[in-house]
Ligand binder design. Structure first.
Ligand code: KG4
Length: 357
């Protein structure tokens, strides 16, 4: 959906088993832009997706030499990706249909040109192999991957926090598929805040892990940043003010290494304070039985520690997924737990897809 290309193969036989999982991240490519460059991202997806697909199948030993009859509509589906079309034609002429029952693909939210690379490959496979295609909301996948082989109805109602480079959202979840959005960011996403402030400090992309690493080198900070909307009477977030505050703190001087560490410490603290406070507000209002987190920022160790403390205090289960950053396993898990089957010619990308769409 953005800058990660992933293919995973899952088996669902009473338990979900991960047969293969391949991922290619574009961090190095986008590093010099300090964020995602959409057309470069699309090009990289188109280049990487077929090798990942082939590697994934080879790992599962599902491939059998033979032939798959090539459906001519595939030419149109993949007309914008000539290399991918060529690779796929060759693949169909060398291998028969593997024992795969369904294809799942994310249709949004995200960057449309990127989403379409996955969608069009998935369409071509579903058509040529004659199997159903399942559309997955990438945000729902971040939440549902928490439930891999551990679904319990007692977990609900649950609060779900999706904290990533493109999204900052809080949901109340009555069960799989029943979501109410409580709040979202009004400007920058939480991961974007880490990425942009890191860039101001001269730290590489992605900024979250860098800020966190720098913050871990000190125990306190001489800097004081705002906690935007921490006490607002809703569940919305705002992070652009934090970025602006960092900008004004450093605009007339160059920070030394220790000051960069201390500024990183304060950025991380400010962001975590806001998330924890809003989560506590939602706990008090909705009395959830569990909290699910997901998205790249949820891999932040200090955030996890603070959320653990909070949930322990209120006797709530905190689920921290093994797969926090973007990955294909979560797409497969969401397709198994919350399947939305689509006809291959009806599937479209939706950059602003909502959880209840
Ligand atoms: O979910 P994700 O992999 O994909 C996108 O949304 O694109 O999240 C990536 C985001 C980036 O903004 C990155 O800086 C942030 O997650 N991130 C972190 C950490 N690891 C990744 N932010 C804070 N602390 C981390 N440890």
């Amino acid at each position: 959906s953005c800058d990660d290309t992933g293919i995973a193969i899952l088996e669902n036989n009473k338990k979900i088993k991960i047969l293969s999982d391949f991922l290619s991240s574009q961090n190095d490519i986008h590093a010099s832009y300090g964020g995602i460059h959409p057309s470069l991202a699309k090009r990289e997806h188109a280049k990487n997706v077929f090798p990942l697909f082939l590697a994934s199948l080879k790992k599962t030993k599902l491939l059998k030499k033979g032939k798959t009859e090539f459906k001519k509509e595939t030419d149109e589906i993949l007309e914008r990706y000539p290399e991918l079309l060529k690779d796929l034609k060759e693949f169909f002429s060398n291998y028969e249909k593997p024992d795969i029952d369904q294809i799942a693909v994310t249709i949004g939210p995200g960057l449309e040109p990127c989403l379409y690379v996955g969608i069009n490959l998935a369409k071509a496979l579903a058509l040529n192999w004659g199997i159903p295609l399942i559309s997955v909301n990438h945000i729902e996948a971040h939440i549902l991957v928490n439930l891999i082989n551990s679904y319990k109805k007692e977990a609900f109602p649950a609060l779900a926090l999706v904290l990533s480079g493109g999204n900052t959202k809080m949901f109340l979840m009555q069960n799989i598929g029943i979501y109410k959005e409580l709040g979202a960011t009004r400007d920058d996403a939480i991961g974007e805040c880490f990425d942009k402030t890191a860039r101001l400090l001269g730290l590489p992309y992605p900024g979250g892990p860098e800020i966190s690493k720098r913050a871990g080198k000190v125990k306190k900070s001489r800097f004081k940043l705002p906690r935007p909307m921490m006490h607002s009477n809703d569940y919305d977030f705002s992070f652009s003010g934090l970025k602006t505050a960092v900008f004004y703190e450093i605009k007339d001087r160059k920070l030394n290494e220790n000051e960069i560490n201390e500024m990183s410490f304060e950025i991380e603290e400010a962001v975590i304070d806001v998330v924890v406070k809003k989560t506590e507000k939602a706990i008090l209002e909705f009395n959830p039985n569990s909290i699910f987190i997901g998205g790249g920022v949820s891999s932040n160790k200090k955030l996890q520690k603070e959320l653990k403390k909070l949930t322990k205090r209120y006797n709530i289960d905190l689920h921290i997924p093994k797969y926090t950053t973007d990955n294909a396993i979560m797409i497969g898990v969401a397709a198994i737990l919350s399947p939305k089957i689509k006809n291959y010619d009806k599937i479209e990308a939706n950059s602003n897809l909502n959880l209840n769409d």
